[in-house]
Ligand binder design. Sequence first.
Ligand code: GLN
Ligand code: ZN
Length: 760
Amino acid sequence: MAAGSVSSPFFKKLDTANLGFPRMGSQRELKFALEGYWTGKRTENELLNVASALRKEHWKLQQVAGIRFIPSNDFSFYDQVLDMLVLLGATPERFGGGKVTLDRYFAMARNSREQTAMEMTKWFDTNYHYLVPEWSEGIPFAIDTTKLLAEIHEARSLGIDTRPVLIGPLTLLALGKGVDGFDPYLLADKLIAAYKEVLTRLVQEHIFWVQIDEPILATDLPEDAAQFFRKAYRHLGTIPIKLMLTTYFDGLADNLPLAAEANTTGLHIDVVRAPEQLDNVLSVLKPHQILSIGCVDGRNIWLTNFAEASALLARAVASLGAERVIVAPSCSLLHVPHNLQAETRLNARIKSWLRFAAEKLDEIAALADGNQAAYQTNAAAIADRAAADSSTNPRVRAALAALGENDFKRTSPYSARAILQREKLGLPLFPTTTIGSFPQTAEVRKHRAAHKSGQETDEQYEMFLREATAECVREQERIGLDVLVHGEFERNDMVEYFAEFLDGFAFTANGWVQSYGSRCVKPPVIYGDVSRPKPMTVKWSQYARSLTTHPIKGMLTGPITVLQWSFVRNDIPRQQTAWQIALALRDEVRDLESAGIGIIQVDEPALREGLPLRRADWPAYLDWAVKAFRLATSSVSDGTQIHTHMCYCEFEDILSSIAALDADVISMESARSRMKLLEAFHAQKYPNEIGPGVYDIHSPRVPSAEEMHKLLTLALEVLKPEQLWVNPDCGLKTRAWPETISALDNMCKAANELRTQQGA
Ligand code: GLN
Ligand code: ZN
């Protein structure tokens, strides 16, 4: 909508809500307090004080912004799913019963010498990781409301009445796993009773509203889940408290009747991800129900288009009346950085298009106020962003428009390429290689930091990197690996490294987002068309190549992984940005090939996590994602070997798309699942070459040659010998050198034994 066409949205001020605020603090105070506590440098009291100060600061910030429904219990020392289990008395039995102290809490969240922590996995399609509930028969469900009530009281001491947040029963149950095949739904009655107890406690505390999060309603639900949901909310409805049934990350779609049937006082929907659901939702609401409209994006950092958001709000107001509409972020603001004010690294114009958590609160308030000045400013910023030259690069647009079928296809099919590649590369049967990175030691990090802070000159840093690379190549030769890598010592991060070379990316100084526990990531921002002004990796691959007669494998991060691990612009479809990145990578692939690099690996560990929440949306995504990879890799000659790498398991359900990548070789994480993955590859007759990881790189344990030999033998039950490569599960950057050398020595030994047995 153009700048001039903002109409007065509504005549009455609407209510406002927030669904959750980032916990870490503007300077990541919580991270440092946690890590200080874990290493014994801080006392428990110091940690508790930091946490309390942050909560208070964040509540006040929300109050000052004018938010009416301010959440509590959205704070966490590690993870809100674990907190919910503690509240319900449903922590995994293997950690023992009784009161959960802070140390026992951390024991469940973090690996120690004595015990492995709870499993961690991604929260829906975000980069936040939660701890997976472990459901078993003997869970006591002895509720412990200490944290929940303490936060409510703490906020009250500031004069703020909060709306506490709970994760809903279906989401909690469905995200967990049954221990030893136990069926979690057998716990239905006990779980519902525990929730009722918690709500009853809140009634006693004079809490009137509770936010109950059920993001699982944005996914495809099996019938037993739906049944449990109905039952649970029938029971919860008997407690005299108002529930805001909160859904996000996608539309309710066919779960809308279920959500409506729950008959809660409030329903929250995400109209950033799924604006099309609004009219359907409006049509099912009963006269007493309130609708919370998530129209400020909690997943991305762009300013809200007020004209679009207010059009949705106006539709809701017309149908329900202003008293029954609440303006809210689409989901918790946990997934965006804290505040924009302190940003020093961003160019002022780009900054004017961005909103972090604190600024999103202001947007919510302004939208609800119908504040005309704010609407005008917003329209001007939206128009400025649309008109910016930096958003559109005509060369890139023309290149995209000119793409034809052949841009997505290697010249010859794999069977013909394989013959050429075998001839050209002269590799033995069961070639050995690694995934790319070698140990990023304290020394490597020290030099990088010194270079970044200006204590080390470009020349000094370069010298150090060359030495590290040379040493790494020598070591690989000594170990006897067949295909060598340069080691990736120049890379801080597998996405940021590339982003810094590319046009269309911007970087924040402090745009941290929690990934898990105390760990935060700082995703780059894709604000404009992506292109590659100059080579990014060629120098390092070429240098490594000059040091050895073995083939060197070039190492790139794939288009989908770059996309997934960045904040992506929302003014063009993600597919277009992915293809732009692919075009930039294609330039790099070509340059590597011209520099004599005959093997090029394009990593796509994030291919699977880009999957939409609904199965029905998978084919469209997989189609453009696979094409992005093919666009990046198809321009090489038949004799150049393209590798890809994937990790984080569970690829069985997208195997046909993995095959469609048409990479000559794929390496995958599989050691922990004992090669289970391969049966699926076998079943679908995967034609190309595969390197199923033969050892887990997440621990310093050195596997024996026999152990790896066994895994390879298992692999050979389903793969042809010419198909099998030998490599670890993933990159080695988190490992130390001594264990890396021993493990790779053993790996090569295992490959050699196999060759002898096969008479190769
Ligand atoms: N090439 C990268 C590395 O070895 C791959 C990392 C990954 O798969 N996450 O570090
Ligand atoms: Zn990996």
